[in-house]
Ligand binder design. Structure first.
Ligand code: NAD
Length: 241
């Protein structure tokens, strides 16, 4: 028996792009399930927002959280956004760090998609958006090969899932360029000067905002009814440089 309420699951919801997606979804879904390793903050106090402190790498914890959402609402959308980055050169990249980044950024997307897909397929309706990066398309000088490999893997995951889960479920991917979030500004990836120089050379001559990525995620979930298996760059034209 189908629930009446429509739910969206957003991973990595506590910060940056995930938080902006939650805001964009407030008027669109009855129930927004936020999955993050962090605890919820006051800014998330809203009847439609439900917090699950869960690690996307943990299949049992994810399955438990998905079952709790499905008890109250039908999951209509999943935004696989949780991700980590740590700049390290190849000679300093230890296998444990490779595994950590691949596990969160790529395995985590598979784990959550696997948990939500069966009910979407059974209902004949659903949308999944995986958040990747332009680093997966052209490599990253600063982010490390583990980061760009995880983000390239997300393209294959997206296309494979689009084939396997259609026609019920559309699966798409966004590949942001540099976006002003804690992942960028609080990491060791870029100095302020390097970031300003990079922005100057972009066709749109600026770094993007989390809200600009959230708009595209929302479009793919709600409006793009004949779009599946695609990768949409949200990068101010960085791929043209
Ligand atoms: P952010 O650091 O602001 O937010 C990431 C969120 O993911 C955090 O809330 C964090 O707690 C959560 N998270 C981390 N590990 C997790 C885990 N194991 N389980 C559950 N939650 C976990 O980063 P952001 O910039 O908003 O990044 C969001 C996504 O966008 C990431 O996948 C990132 O790779 C991608 N991206 C970001 C940029 C950028 O410039 N900011 C560019 C391209 C792609």
């Amino acid at each position: 028996m189908a629930n009446q309420q429509q739910a969206a699951v957003v991973t990595g919801a506590a910060s940056g792009i995930g938080r902006a997606v939650v805001d964009a979804f407030r008027d669109e879904y009855d129930y927004i399930a936020c999955f993050d390793i962090e605890e919820s903050g006051d800014e998330f106090e809203d009847d439609s927002i439900h917090w699950f402190t869960v690690d996307v790498r943990d299949p049992d914890a994810v399955a438990e959280a998905v079952a709790a959402v499905e008890a109250d609402a039908d999951i209509a959308a999943l935004v696989n956004n949780a991700g980590i980055s740590h700049a390290v050169s190849l000679d300093e990249l230890e296998p444990e760090e490779w595994d950590r980044v691949l596990d969160v950024n790529l395995k985590g997307q598979y784990v959550v998609a696997r948990a939500v897909a069966p009910a979407m397929v059974e209902r004949g309706h659903g949308a999944i958006v995986n958040v990747s990066s332009v680093a997966g398309l052209r490599g990253s000088a600063t982010g490390g090969v583990h980061y760009s490999s995880s983000k390239a893997g997300s393209f294959g995951l997206t296309k494979g899932l689009a084939k396997q889960l259609g026609p019920a479920v559309r699966v798409n991917c966004v590949a942001p360029g540099l976006i002003e979030t804690p992942l960028l500004t609080e990491s060791n990836l870029w100095t302020d000067d390097a970031l300003a120089d990079y922005a100057d050379e972009l066709p749109l001559e600026r770094i993007g905002s989390p809200e600009e990525v959230a708009e595209v995620v929302s479009f793919l979930c709600l409006d793009a009814t004949y779009v599946t298996g695609t990768v949409l760059t949200v990068d101010g034209g960085s791929m043209l440089r």
